[in-house]
Design a protein around this ligand. Structure first.
Ligand code: SF4
Ligand code: SF4
Length: 392
């Protein structure tokens, strides 16, 4: 009969985890790196990552579970989405692969619960435990590397040589002694810089640091207010998250399985939303559409803000009527302000007319500032066009 550690890892695989490894409860090796990342302000507005409590708990797993003797680290795969080109006249946005299905938290939590149940049955007694998937105060990639699951790539994802990086990490802190796996000590990025070169906002720094405050995932999900103007054009058509640094990674191109775990199947109708329809979602329609789905996290105002940016970036005149309507009628100043920006980016007489109409009615100073900025940009580009046409 295999040893307990092996039986637990086999059960984890049976429950749908594609990778399972065990490590010791020692403090994470990258803790100093994390403090430095915070000191450089790369966490943006994610204050929950920087609080004293968050730092203390991340410094040592025994701060979370004093009896911790082992950490079981797991990977749960999701589908690698295949994006199709938008049909003409119906601009579509892009949602990161992991969010094409149902909310993973509940699905993974139930499997973790089942795994804890298995461990307690095997041991024949209750075992102190804490489990997390993406929500806990732990440096999970550090533990994953130490448990032998893979290396932390230049794109800062945990990469497994046989599976790539399209998976969620989860971990169970356990008050029982298990046999640790050898750490993953090699780095397989080599001289590759594809993710750094492809990142639209240049937020992957050469020292394996991610300036999260510039990352499209942060800008479209975590950031609650306006997106800094210089970054809007770089967001492209992403409306929730971004997959680019995973899509270009050769380890995903060669080894990532196309399909993730059943239960997290992706639904293509969610992955590439029709942007003009999306901009018309009222609160009730948004809640119904995204109930139990990751996009709910952005809330309606954040999602429609990103939809407006994406519509602007399509430069499609077909988007002007919808943006003009949102600018006049949307209850959220955040959405109206980004609709104004998008109209300025698309340009042309209908967009200019929509901005002019809104300028007569708008009462919110922040939205008014966006309208003025959009109009100035249009006037600037008009003058430039005039100069170009005056050239002999
Ligand atoms: Fe850059 Fe997108 Fe990767 Fe963020 S998710 S680091 S924006 S490529
Ligand atoms: Fe490493 Fe290249 Fe993958 Fe970036 S794209 S994580 S550099 S292998």
């Amino acid at each position: 009969m295999p040893a307990l550690s092996e039986r637990i890892k086999s059960e984890a695989k049976r429950l749908g985890f594609s990778l399972a490894g065990i490590t010791t409860p020692d403090p994470p090796e990258h803790f100093g790196f994390y403090l430095d990342w915070l000191a450089r302000g790369f966490h943006g507005e994610m204050g929950y990552l920087a609080s004293e409590a968050a730092r203390t708990r991340r410094s040592d797993p025994r701060r979370i579970l004093p009896d911790c003797e082992s950490i079981l680290v797991l990977a749960f795969p999701y589908d690698a989405a295949i994006f199709e080109n938008s049909p003409p006249g119906t601009p579509r946005g892009k949602i990161a692969s992991y969010a094409w299905g149902l909310d993973y938290h509940e699905i993974i939590r139930s499997r973790l619960e089942a795994l804890v149940g298995f461990i307690e049955t095997e041991i024949g007694a209750p075992v102190p435990n804490r489990y997390y998937t993406d929500t806990g105060p732990v440096l999970e990639r550090d533990f994953a590397q130490r448990a032998g699951l893979g290396w932390i790539g230049k794109n800062t994802c945990l990469i497994n040589p046989g599976q790539g990086s399209y998976f969620f990490l989860a971990e169970i802190l356990l008050g029982c002694k298990l046999v640790p796996d050898p750490a993953f000590r090699t780095d397989h990025c080599g001289t590759c810089t594809r993710c750094i070169d492809a990142c639209p906002t240049d937020c992957i720094l050469p020292d394996r640091t991610l300036d999260a405050a510039r990352c499209i995932s942060y800008l479209t999900i975590e950031l609650k207010g306006p997106v800094p103007e210089p970054l809007r054009a770089q967001i492209g058509e992403w409306v929730f998250g971004c997959d680019i640094c995973q899509q270009v990674c050769p380890w995903n191109i060669r080894f990532a399985p196309e399909r993730g775990e059943p239960g997290l199947e992706s639904d293509p109708s969610f992955g590439q939303p029709a942007l003009i329809d999306a901009l018309a979602l009222d609160a009730g329609a948004f809640n119904r559409k995204f109930k139990g789905r990751p996009v709910k996290r952005a809330k309606r105002r954040g999602y429609l803000r990103s939809v407006a940016i994406a519509l602007g970036n399509t430069r499609s005149p077909d988007a002007v009527p919808a943006l003009g309507k949102a600018l006049l009628e949307d209850p959220e100043p955040l959405v109206r302000g980004h609709a104004a920006w998008a109209l300025g980016r698309i340009g042309g007489p209908p967009a200019a007319a929509a901005l002019k109409t809104a300028a007569r009615n708008e009462m919110d100073p922040a939205v008014m500032a966006e309208i003025n900025a959009a109009q100035s940009r249009l006037e600037g580009s008009g003058a430039q066009d005039q100069r170009s046409s005056d050239q002999p």
